[in-house]
Design a protein around this ligand. Structure first.
Ligand code: ATP
Ligand code: MG
Ligand code: MG
Ligand code: MG
Length: 476
């Protein structure tokens, strides 16, 4: 079943059940706490927070999402994209747990002839919050799943909140068992690679104050109107329904891998390290184009910097596959052809998107060859001194002058059998951050000051983004 068909079935299932079909919001919303839209609920936040009345009691959407927090997982796990589509259904004070469970269960297990996905119920597992016996009983009654396939999890995994005083509530997640060849027995609490999470249901029922129940804080009371927020990963469902190994091999992502094979002369599936590179290229090209399409351009600040980092990782991966000439312009066409049936803006605005990406590639290739000379000299000098570690000041210079992200320097050093004085690098970064902070104090913008994040992103890599995601996603 192609991605297009999965999206259609999802939408029709919920349209038929009284949901208003709402188009995806842009990846960029005016929210100072959020780098990119990373969940379907983001555009509905004012309704959940009670800041505005919901214009409909029920809604459904296929939301474009970017999760930079997952960047280091890409290509290594079977299930993490930086760009993915989250299909969701939402209830604003309308149906609650029972409805949410029933709607999800029927779509997942109804036969393909009757509009469902036709997953074998014997392979489905679910998790519930350990203090939510109501959800557990509802699952048993509605799905008939045996009790051992309904697993309890603590607040860390199965409690959702926005990280601020406001609504919160237990979650329940639906998993598919890929079988013993994919890992250990025992359900999702034991192995999340074998048991793939496909859908997360959030039951917003609590009012919480300062501090999260994750840290043992009690909830203050019950919300006057209870809401439902769910998110199903379209690429994950596609992976399972298409019988491929991972989300990068699904119909809308895989074509870029094929193109990269053509240019590199290497074959996907032959060597693990290369396979990761192929997947990174396919994943990041897609997120890069979707970001440019929604108005992001490469820069050294916040969103632009994320885009820059994604595109640089593509360039870097193509070089590691042995391609040294510019090729991103070949990949953009492939992404456009795969994605534009669902996202016609990729075709309509193609020339602009394509040139933004090709320009960035050209600039980075220039940077790489300039920085590589400095790098090579530093490697030589380190070896001459009989040392095994590049000085932090070199890593900092490469970062500051040549735009080398630290992960790039680390990777290149490792290829030459050297480590990097990360501690020293971090100290220099911290000093620079302090300077930037003082700078920023004098030029705060209406959207809040995000400039210091650039250095944070570099220093801590992906984990730094969690601050953004935790504030406003259903991610746990
Ligand atoms: P995981 O535990 O696998 O990282 P999650 O719990 O962080 O997933 P949620 O925040 O619950 O994910 O998001 C809702 C759904 O979106 C998930 O059930 C999954 O199907 C999908 N999803 C989440 N992150 C990704 C991703 N990086 N790539 C593709 N799909 C994703
Ligand atoms: Mg989840
Ligand atoms: Mg996650
Ligand atoms: Mg999860």
């Amino acid at each position: 079943m192609q991605t297009h068909e999965i999206n259609n079935r999802f939408t029709e299932h919920f349209r038929g059940r009284g949901h208003t079909v709402v188009p995806s919001a842009s990846l960029i919303l005016d929210d100072p706490n959020l780098l990119f839209v990373n969940a379907g609920m983001v555009q509905f936040k004012p309704y959940f927070l009670g800041d505005a009345p919901a214009p409909y009691p029920r809604a459904t959407s296929i939301q474009k999402c970017v999760r930079t927090a997952d960047i280091d997982e890409v290509g290594k796990t079977t299930r993490h994209n930086t760009f993915f589509q989250m299909a969701g259904n939402f209830s604003f004070g309308d149906y609650f747990k029972e409805g949410a469970i029933e709607h999800a269960w029927s779509l997942v297990t109804n036969s393909r002839d009757s509009g469902g996905f036709g997953f074998d119920p014997d392979r489905i597992w679910v998790t519930v919050y350990e203090h939510d016996p109501e959800a557990e009983q509802l699952w048993q009654r509605i799905s008939g799943l045996p009790p051992e396939r309904i697993q309890r999890r603590d607040a860390h995994d199965n409690y959702w909140d926005m990280g601020v005083p406001g609504p919160g509530g237990p979650c329940s997640e639906i998993y598919y068992d890929r079988g013993p060849e994919y890992g250990k027995e025992g359900g999702p609490v034991v192995d999340e690679d074998r048991y793939i999470e496909i859908w997360n249901l959030v039951f917003m029922q609590d009012i919480r104050g300062e501090g999260s129940p994750k840290d043992g804080y009690p909830v203050l009371g019950e919300l006057p109107t209870k809401n439902i927020d769910t998110g199903m990963g379209v690429e994950r469902v596609a992976c399972l329904l298409q019988g491929v190994e991972n989300v990068y091999e699904t119909d809308l992502v895989r074509p870029v891998i094929a193109k990269a094979e053509e240019f590199s002369g290497k074959r996907y599936g032959e060597e693990h390290a290369d396979d990761v590179r192929f997947r990174v290229i396919a994943d990041h090209m897609r997120s890069g184009m979707m970001l440019v399409s929604d108005g992001v351009t490469p820069s050294n600040e916040t969103r632009g910097y994320v885009l820059r980092r994604l595109l640089r990782r593509v360039v870097r991966s193509t070089r590691l596959l042995g391609v040294h000439e510019p090729v991103l312009g070949e990949f953009t066409k492939v992404v456009r052809d795969a994605m534009s049936p669902g996202y016609p803006e990729l075709a309509g605005d193609f020339d602009r998107i394509d040139s933004v990406i090709r320009n960035e590639e050209e600039a980075f290739l220039g940077t790489l060859s300039a920085g590589s000379k400095i790098f090579d000299t530093a490697v030589e000098r380190t070896r001459e001194q009989g040392a095994a570690q590049l000085p932090g000041s070199k890593a900092f210079q490469l970062h500051d002058t040549y735009g080398f992200p630290i992960d790039l320097t680390l990777e290149m050093a490792a290829e030459r059998g050297l480590s990097v004085d990360e501690q020293g690098f971090r100290e220099l970064m911290e000093q620079q951050r302090q300077r930037a902070k003082e700078d920023a104090r004098s030029r705060k913008t209406a959207h809040g000051d995000l400039s210091t994040y650039r250095t944070l992103l570099d220093e801590h890599g992906a984990t730094e983004f969690i601050g953004y995601t935790d504030l406003s996603s259903t991610s746990r």
